[in-house]
Design a protein. Sequence first.
Length: 201
Amino acid sequence: MRYKNLRYSYNVTGFAVLMFLAIKELMAFLLRVFPVESGTAAYMLINIATFVVSCILPVITMENMLGLHPKLFRKAAGAKAVSCGVYSYLLILAAGFVNSLFLAALRLAGLDFAPRTISIPDGAVNIVLYFIYICVLPPLLEEIFVRGYILNALKPAGTTFAVLVSSAIFSLMHSSLENFILYFICGIILAKVYLTFDSIF
């Protein structure tokens, strides 16, 4: 790799994360200034384009500045991959349970979060675009950015450090304080899967 020390790697990684957040916030600001009706094809396309740009630009930046070319896709090892998938799924369910306990404790302490509602748009085209935006792009692009690049950029400082920091960044990227623990644990699980198979899927 071209970078000479960990501080440079940290700075580039931090810059990439800030770039991700800035692009998303800029688009949210522009949508407030120039409103587009929620649930329309235009709204979905704007969100899809924003998400793609907010993940790809930081990846290009890290690749050029750090010389990173991580392995992202590799054929998984049959039965081991299946058992790892089952264990990961069970651990994510357990993380959801832990997160529920955390939210219950917050409610007892007088802190409550407004429930997030998801409204499915009308029309076949809008539903397809919504599916791409919610179910296709996030798993692919977030894994490439967080596990593929951030985790690998931080690995020279130690695998445990890289896993914990990349998981915290993954959680912060979702802008959901009430689900921070859930996303953090999911980040650790997904990082372990990536490190086991050298593949994001």
